[in-house]
Structure formats: C-alpha cells, structure tokens
Write a protein that binds this ligand. Sequence first.
Ligand code: MN
Length: 285
Amino acid sequence: MKLGIHSMVWVGDWSPASARHAIESSARAGYDLIELAAINPAEFDVDLTNRLLADNGLEASVSLGLDAATDISSEDDDVVAAGHRRLREALALVRDTGGDFLCGVIYSALRKYEAPATERGRENSRRTLAELADEAADSGITLCLEFCNRYETNIINTTQETLDLIATIGRPNVHAHLDTYHMNIEEADMREPVLAAARAGKLGYVHVGESNRGPLGAGTIPWDDFWGALREAEYDGVVTFESFSSRVVHPLFSNSLAIWRTTWDDNVALAADAIAFMRKGLARP
Ligand code: MN
C-alpha cells in the first residue's frame, strides 16, 4: 500500500518554490506519494517536478476536476472536445511524471448542477472516457473516477453508480475512486461500498478526508468501519490524505470546493498527525 498526500495541503500553485516546498514537506512527513492537483496540467514544469520527486524518493499521481468550459458531460460538442484535450494534457502529466493513476472528477465538471445529467451528456462522458482509457492503456495508466456528493456533480454520487458507469464504459483500466468525505454524505454506510467495489475488482484509488475537510479524526467519519473494510478487502493500492483550509488557496479549486473556513493553520502538524492516523487504522488487527 502507498500513502499519499494531496498537494493542496501544502501549496495553491506549482511555481518552482511551491513544487519544492510541497514535495520536500510530503517526503519529510513520511508519505510515499504526492497527488498533483492538475487543474491546469499544461502549467506543470515536468522536468523540475521529476527532479524533485527523484531527489525526495516520492511518487506522483494526478487528479483534477473539469470545469464548465471542459465538461465532457456537456451536450455541446466543442465543450466536450475541450474537455478531452484537457484530460489528454493531464494524462501526459501522469505519463511524464512516471505515475500510474489519473483520478478525480474527470467525467464531468466539478460543480453544483441545476438539473440531472441528460442521456446525451452521459453518453458524451462515457464515449470520451472510453477513448481516454484506450490512450491511457498505451502508457499503463489507470483512470479512477471519483464520485462526489450531489452538490459537486450530477453524474455519479455513490459507489454503485460509479461501478455502473464503469461497466458501461467497458474498459479494464477504468476503476472507482472512493473518497470518505463524499461517501459520508451519500452512502448508507462506510463498509459495504468498499467491499462492493473490491468484489467488482474496481477499487482503484482512495481518498481519506474528514467530514468537514479538516484534520483526520476530528470529524464524524466512522473510521473504524472504513479502515476495517479496506483491510477486509485486502486493498493494497494508494490511500491519499485530502484536507483543505482557507490557509492554502487556489482561486478556482478553493472556490469550487467551497473552502471558506480555516480548518487548520499548521499543515506540518496536520500531515504528521494524518499519516499516523492512517497507519494506525490500516494496521489494526
Ligand atoms: Mn477527494
């Protein structure tokens, strides 16, 4: 198993100084992997990122949420094409940083929708993801679809909806990405969905986040149920810690996730506490 941390625990951009700070801080706290928040993947300096990853013995994954202009579940073909281009750029970033996973809200925009998704929009999303999966397969990359709560997408809000979508895409390298923050809002419990995804052979990526997106263990997530399910499923993939506070701001990301409050000030202590919490939960007999 690999323990990861989301880059926005540390920084809101990827300037050379920010990249260095984020990668060095992640390694110092004991993480194996940093998840690069590639809202605009073309902005990443790949050579610098690779040098810092190698110097610090860290791996990278890439996540993003599409926006209204790149929403592949749109009925507008130009918007869908722009989304496919954005996803291809993100895929290139995964490949060029030696990663295995492209994850996040890569099937629609990350935003509150005013109505359910249309069938034509769903078909645009499925078709684009199938094509992207074939492109990803050439580099041995897996796409992991992160379902979100109903206020952040209208395409998939539960594990079962995610597994159903994956089945219709019909590609072996498309898996489910489960996040405790979203599960806590939409699922009836924290155990069965994990086991269902594992039974389907589709538990591809995991985010652990608290109910208020603050420090792990300081909210209302029933952690014993979730850790127990991961152990029962014998999950050995990536578990990435996600937490956001108004202390670290990215103008698009922070607003789309409604990060209005300061849930922590000291991200060094936060990251150290989180990895200890994860290790304890995953190791419990
Ligand atoms: Mn997440």
